[in-house]
Design a binder for this molecule. Structure first.
Ligand code: GLU
Length: 295
């Protein structure tokens, strides 16, 4: 692919962006711009497809704090055929299997003594043809899982160094035919020329699965930077109930002033921060945000 390299911010339109999401977006922009990359915004609306108004507000908030992007934002719901074609290719290569398990089945399945926690226990991986036919006839549409030939994979992260994490037989296509996040993100990053992935460190543990899938598909590995999350005063993920946390509640200028302070920058505009940006000096600890009470 002859596109110039890009970084990106890829929000799910499930709720308005809070100051922590915006801080991650600002960092993604700084990483991209400071390395001469294009910057893209992608709306990851496969699971939140009824929230077009939320997506619009998210884009407006990103623009309000001064972020710029180089192409119109792409919406994942516009590309479902692209993801499903990749599932079909993997299936033709013998790299998938149908899985009939419910969440409960997976939680209750016996697991091997050294199986990594949270990993798929392999229940449907080797069903016989008869058993598969019987399960199909019960009417529960199967999910499609990757037939992974490893249990772990190593990625390189600019903040975390070398990180090795679990790769299991993760879902590629859900039973309701919706492409899974881990598939869509990998396919889109490759399709859009994204070779730098900056996002919250809650997704660090997903990166080995994604990088492994990228390798299977012949895509090059992106450089990762998983940045610390913003937490509330109790050390929990920042959320609506914490008070005024969204850009519209805080105000774009005040939000940027607080983000700049949390990163140790004097400048409070994105261009000013770009002049001061040094990835080696980024805080490695979560930022504790004290929301002001709503009226
Ligand atoms: N859409 C994901 C989220 O909002 C982020 C995906 C990514 O950056 O890879 O949590």
């Amino acid at each position: 692919m002859s596109q110039s390299p890009a970084g990106r911010f890829a929000p799910s339109p499930s709720a308005d962006l809070h100051i922590g999401n915006v801080r991650t977006a600002v960092l993604a922009w700084l990483f991209a711009r400071s390395t001469g990359r294009r910057f893209l915004v992608r709306v990851e609306d496969l699971d939140d497809r009824t929230f077009a108004d939320v997506a619009q507000r998210q884009l407006a908030d990103l623009a309000a704090v001064g972020l710029t992007w180089d192409e119109p934002p792409q919406y994942q719901t516009a590309h479902e055929a692209r993801y499903l074609a990749v599932v079909d290719d993997l299936t033709e290569r013998g790299l998938t299997f149908e899985c009939f398990c419910s969440r409960k089945d997976i939680l209750q399945a016996p697991r091997a003594p050294h199986a990594p926690e949270g990993a798929y226990p392999g229940t449907c991986r080797d069903l016989s043809d008869d058993e598969r036919a019987r399960r199909r006839s019960e009417g529960r549409p199967p999910a499609i899982r990757l037939r992974s030939d490893t249990t772990e994979y190593t990625v390189t992260d600019l903040l975390h160094g070398t990180y090795t994490g679990v790769v299991d037989d993760f879902v590629l296509r859900r039973g309701d035919n919706v492409p899974a996040y881990n598939l869509a993100v990998v396919v889109d990053d490759a399709a859009q020329g994204v070779d730098q992935v900056v996002r919250g460190d809650d997704l660090l543990s997903s990166s080995p699965r994604q990088a492994y899938l990228a390798a299977l598909l012949g895509y090059s590995q992106p450089v990762y930077a998983h940045v610390p999350l913003v937490l509330n005063a109790d050390g929990k993920r920042l959320a609506k109930r914490d008070g005024a946390v969204t850009v519209s509640e805080i105000g774009a200028e005040s939000a940027m002033a607080q983000i700049a302070a949390s990163l140790g920058y004097r400048a409070t505009t994105v261009d000013g921060m770009l002049a001061e940006f040094d990835p080696a000096r980024l805080p490695r600890e979560p930022w504790i945000f004290h929301a002001s009470r709503r009226e």
